[in-house]
Design a protein around this ligand. Structure first.
Ligand code: SF4
Length: 341
């Protein structure tokens, strides 16, 4: 098995700068609001966290600024500058609104931003714009994707995989290829925030989508990552048993999420906080909080995830287990291994 020392350091930290956003997306994890929260972390408070991220890990995590819409913060250029100055690989996940101009992309390139991710949740304007809640978002997403690539930034597209998008996977994949992405991240919907259980796939539907993805991924020039379905490692290993089994990053094991108020979560889809960066260093929360340590310890898991051969490499989505059963260590209801066992 290919091990990463995720107990020591996260691979990716996603930081929700604000919950304010002009869009109204159907599955919004953040249940974004039209106005900024008055108690958002200030720039001065962020400096301390950025210092910690840059100096406490032998390999600092990739830092993704998200929202809401990060462009709702007028001090965003200062935040980006502070992260880049500290040597952090910095990515932006903006909303496609009139704030996201070509000039903004050029400024981010000049400031040293590494990559920009955009959401693509439909193969055409009808499906994407209905999901995003605003007409014109699909066309503008394609335009701004082109600007990102032309400016020399890495482009990531993020797609929520639910009943509607799962049926469009082949078309979405063609579009993703056409847009010259560096990576495509597929989020298997977990019923938190605005997403309802009916917006998520069943275990059988997830398996079908992962099998399709495993076949598609074989000869793509870009990286493909999966969120919300760590049994991706089981599917790929079962198809190619001679390949090394990879330990997939998931909640508290490779990932962490900081919200706009400074609360630290194992992921943006698992609303149980392990502490707040206003009171405790992020690195200490990640390494030593009881919640994070428990979620990294696969021996704690119950049901099929506790006895599965892939328990250590996968361990199931803790966010889905919690959202659907209320138990952080329950078997992941999104895996067929937990349906038949
Ligand atoms: S049963 Fe659990 S640990 Fe095993 S592959 Fe499925 S989700 Fe992963």
């Amino acid at each position: 098995m290919t091990y990463m020392n995720y107990a020591e350091a996260p691979h990716v930290v996603t930081w929700e700068l604000t919950r304010a956003c002009k869009l109204h997306c159907q599955h919004c994890r953040a249940q974004a609001a039209s106005k900024r929260h008055p108690d958002e972390l200030s720039l001065n408070e962020m400096y301390w966290v950025l210092d910690d991220l840059a100096t406490s890990f032998s390999r600092p995590p990739v830092l993704v600024f998200t929202g809401g819409d990060p462009l709702e913060r007028p001090d965003l250029p200062d935040i980006i500058g502070a992260a880049v100055d500290r040597g952090l690989v910095t990515a932006l996940a903006p909303s496609v609104t009139p704030h996201l101009t070509d000039e903004v992309i050029r400024e981010w390139k000049k400031a040293g931003v590494h990559s920009v991710s955009l959401s693509l949740d439909g193969m055409n304007a009808t499906t994407h714009d209905r999901f995003r809640g605003f007409p014109g978002t699909f066309d503008r997403t394609l335009e701004i994707a082109d600007v990102i690539v032309r400016e020399g930034l890495a482009l990531q597209l993020n797609t929520s995989i639910g009943p509607k998008t799962a049926m469009q996977l082949t078309h979405l994949a063609s579009l993703v290829k056409f847009l010259h992405v560096t990576s495509w991240e597929l989020f298997f919907v977990i019923p938190v925030g605005r997403a309802r259980p009916v917006d998520a796939l069943s275990a059988e539907q997830i398996e079908k989508a992962l099998l399709w993805l495993a076949d598609f991924a074989l000869d793509q020039p870009f990286r493909i990552t999966v969120v919300g379905a760590p049994h991706w490692t089981r599917v790929t290993h079962q198809l190619l048993p001679q390949s090394p089994m990879r330990m997939i990053a998931r909640e508290a094991r490779g990932f962490a999420f900081i919200d706009h108020l400074g609360n630290v979560y194992p992921s943006g889809y698992l609303p149980v906080s392990a502490g707040n960066v206003r009171h405790r260093a992020f690195s200490d929360i990640y390494r030593r909080s009881a919640l994070f340590r428990m979620l990294r310890d696969a021996r704690q898991f119950e049901g099929a995830c506790g006895t599965c051969d892939y328990r250590d490499a996968c361990g199931g989505s803790r966010a889905r287990a919690y959202a659907m059963t209320g138990n952080l260590v329950a078997a992941d209801p999104g895996c067929i291994g937990t349906q038949t066992g």
